[in-house]
Write a protein that binds this ligand. Sequence first.
Ligand code: F6P
Length: 546
Amino acid sequence: MTSPSRSKAWQKLASHYLNLHQNGTTIAKLFKTDKDRFAHYQSSLEGVFFDYSKNLADAQTMQLLRKLAEEAGLAEAISAMYAGAKINVTEDRPALHVALRTPLENADPSFNAAVASTLKQMEAFVARVHSGAWTGYSGKAIADVVNIGIGGSDLGPAMVTEALQRWQLPQLSTHFVSNVDPAHMRSTLAKLNPETTLFVIASKSFNTLETHQNAALARRWYLENGGDEAQIAQHFVAVSANVDKAKAFGIAQENIFPLWDWVGGRYSLWSAIGLPIALSVGMEQFRSLLKGARIADEHFRDTPFDDNIPVIMGLLSVWYSGFVGATSQAILPYSQELHLFPSFLQQLEMESLGKSVEVDGNRLLVPSGPIVWGSAGTNGQHSFHQLLHQGTHYIPADFIGIVKTAFAEDADQHAHLLANCFSQSQALMQGKSQRQAFTELLEQGKEEGPAYELAKHKVIPGNKPSNTLLLDELSPQTLGSLIAIYEHKVFVESVIWHINAFDQWGVELGKQLGETLYGALTSEQDCAQFDSSTNGLINHCRNNNA
Ligand code: F6P
């Protein structure tokens, strides 16, 4: 892996972008010069179709980007990841989320064994809960599962459970509590009965303030509402890499599902962190999710770069942030069931790529990970698409569509959803000129003068790039493939930028300061030891919260 700023391909891409700009190249013109552009800029894997023709990129762009990948040692980095090399260099660990769903051929067999035995432990537990063999203190079957976790111990499981709600088993409801704000846990508990509620404490470190606070609150609620302390073990299980801390909290050893330091939190939904998914939809569907990810893993490992979906997506993202000036990326799933996907991707992308130091400790001299945001379509069209179409920011977008709706009787309505998905990417690409707007207004009967003035406000610049991913249907398998595609896309970007996608030192300072300020907020004395803003805010709360 080498630094991008010392790469020849990087310099060539910089001049290439200048040429495109000076020649007035637009995406619309690229379609005019290549009648088969759609056919030339697409790829697929089982259940997923990828169209990247609406990008500001021609054959030379893609060729130079692949050269950049070659100079960055992408192929070697992929092999190293799959072989269990310690590529998470600052924590001296492998990054082996692929092992959670794809048996490794070149890594130590102990990884595969650990994964297989944990899946067995999950399967046995899920079967007992579903059959009613696992009961609460009063002998009743579990009716509600509450996952207590945050970040990677919440976002992935919550997003997948929401997306697969059509497979949710009738006997169980699943809830996710993450925020330390007591309102989150209290509003959830208000609906629940301690006799039939199972808490899953999900925390890789078992050191996370929010999760500790919420787990303690849940335990108080259980005991204060009739829960039998002698049988509390029936109501609390844990998923953690820190078995000692989980046991210290009071979780029975046999109710702790292992996690390992070679799985990053934001890459962990495939592990026992996915227990709420398996409890919600069953182990068969959970294994289907894993199969989908395996299909993407094998595609990423074995497909030449010019057809490799995560490689193409990652290289295009580097192109837009490094050369075209994009600072954010919109994720637009045209699927209500995928409405949590942008929030999930925010952690996966921004906690992995929000870095400014290269793996060798040198400052990164090029822009790294963009701001990732978005929401389900068509709702975004009535919220922020105005900015996408007429704003001053250059924001590449990923559209995600579902070819076949699960609601066959509403296929016609689903056609409206797809039509909007495609029309939005078309509008972003082709825009509308002032002349077109002026002509339209005249045809609507507007007087020339007012039409001329109003037309200036109706110009859509266009030439805005997008990718479109189409899932044959939304199923556990295609969802698994979609998520894994993005995991690998993020890895590609990290290799090109020569950064570590698997650590997150940036979150430490906030946590440290938080503990100090908690002490100040809850102390007897007024606060005077910090800056005047922090002192003022703390004292305002102390004085108004006596
Ligand atoms: O945000 C920091 C972080 O460590 C994430 O990387 C992680 O997913 C989250 O907090 C929760 O950590 P844990 O699973 O250890 O409670």
